[in-house]
Design a protein around this ligand. Structure first.
Ligand code: ADP
Ligand code: MG
Length: 249
């Protein structure tokens, strides 16, 4: 019980010579859902990027552990192989590669094994159906010509197919209409049903959290976590904004 998936110790990190994250500590255990909230520019996306090992960012102090192994200097692809996944605020367009090809390649890279086409097709069709994704979409080029809401649904498809141990969702809900928010939320809920999967959800929108089980809420201000609480903290933020937490740092 309580197997630690991710442990961040006293992390200081930044980009272009500027320190963005200061003395940040965070622990995520298997099966837990954490929500990260905070004002614009607080360092939420930076934290996601640093966890994933985006080379644009450098760690100047502290460490990141994955299942008791120090991964602070591992490459992004090595972290992904361990079971880490991140959806981005602005998903990439990849012309020339279909959604289906992209997901099959990612699955094979993750498992190191070839996946038979028929088996893959059956799985992706079932996942697409659960997310109300039109079957013909999966042969289209990744994110090319899709609307914002459609792209987010495709990310949920990747999430359900890859079944990472830890998924970091960076404002997956931004710019979505109510129906799309519901679909994305249902996708996350389906992911949560696998009881040892962990989530770090970065969001401003408590709507998406209504349908989800949330274990911890963290508030980040000026690159450090100033408050951690239960799901009830979301209501406090909805009513009072981040103002009460700004003085803490
Ligand atoms: P949030 O996601 O909480 O809105 P970000 O993590 O995107 O905030 O950004 C935090 C701060 O770090 C901002 O001031 C932003 O301009 C700066 N920042 C983020 N990424 C970079 C980068 N690659 N290079 C320089 N500054 C960056
Ligand atoms: Mg951000």
């Amino acid at each position: 019980m309580n197997n630690t998936v991710l442990k961040i110790n006293n992390l200081n990190a930044g980009a272009e010579g500027k320190t963005i994250l200061h003395d940040l500590n965070l622990q995520i255990n298997a099966g837990e859902t954490h929500v990260l909230m905070g004002p614009n520019g607080a360092g939420k996306s930076t934290l996601g990027n640093v966890i994933l090992g985006n080379p644009q960012y450098s760690v100047t102090k502290g460490s990141i552990f994955w299942e008791n192994t120090d991964i602070t200097t591992l490459r992004t692809d090595e972290r992904a192989q361990k079971g880490m996944f991140m959806s981005f605020q602005n998903p990439l367009e990849i012309p020339g590669i279909s959604i289906s090809q992209f997901i099959r390649t990612a699955l094979q890279a993750q498992s190191g094994q070839n996946i038979r086409f028929k088996e893959f097709r059956t799985r992706i069709n079932a996942a697409a159906k659960a997310l109300h994704i039109k079957p013909e979409w999966i042969n289209r080029e990744l994110n090319v010509g899709f609307s914002g809401g459609e792209r987010k649904k495709i990310e949920m498809l990747q999430l359900l197919m890859l079944q990472p141990k830890l998924a970091i969702l960076d404002e997956t809900d931004s710019g979505l209409d109510v129906d799309a928010v519901k679909t994305v939320s249902q996708g996350i809920e389906t992911f949560q049903q696998n009881s040892d999967r962990s989530l770090l959800i970065i969001t401003h929108n408590s709507k998406i959290l209504e349908y989800l089980h949330v274990d911890f809420v963290h508030i980040i201000v000026n690159g450090t976590i100033v408050k951690t609480g239960s799901a009830s903290l979301i209501e406090v933020i909805n009513e009072q904004g981040y103002e009460p937490f700004l003085d803490d740092k």
